[in-house]
Design a binder for this molecule. Structure first.
Ligand code: HEM
Length: 116
């Protein structure tokens, strides 16, 4: 079971890397470009792996703060919701969007690391 937890943490960290990568790509995107669908894929990976880690906690001898995970979930839903709306509408991504999404990703990394 410990291997499953480690595998999920591995994928969870790769999902974070996808989101950071999307931000870096957005810096090089031409003006008026739509939002990269990778934002939605990265957010979905974070959601699936994060919830799986939380649900498996009783079997992996781990204990997480439910308040912390609840806040992380809310932050992620904002990221996923915003990304989904702009990807589905296929309109130009406003200039504030990628930095806002990246800022929310950083908030979740901070919560994961500093809230023990
Ligand atoms: C943008 C979204 C997210 C980011 C960037 C993120 C980032 C991280 C990072 C960096 C860690 C490793 C922390 C450490 O090992 O000290 C972590 C761990 C964890 N995250 Fe997330 N997270 C996100 C969303 C979520 C969500 C939505 C959930 C579940 C509701 C979640 C549940 C967890 C759990 C349970 C762990 C602990 C894994 C362990 O060490 O056993 N995460 N997260």
């Amino acid at each position: 079971m410990e291997f499953v937890r480690l595998l999920l943490v591995f994928l969870h960290l790769l999902g974070m890397a996808v989101l950071v990568g999307m931000f870096l790509l957005s810096r090089r995107a031409p003006a008026g470009a739509p939002l990269n669908v990778g934002w939605v894929h990265g957010a979905a990976l974070q959601l699936i792996t994060g919830l799986a880690l939380q649900l498996l906690a009783p079997f992996t001898d781990t204990e997480y703060s439910h308040v912390k995970l609840g806040i992380k979930l809310l932050v992620l839903l904002v990221i996923a919701g915003l990304a989904l709306v702009y990807v589905i509408r296929r309109v130009a991504a406003p200039s504030w969007l990628p930095p806002t999404l990246a800022g929310l990703v950083v908030v979740n990394v901070g919560l994961a690391v500093f809230w023990t």
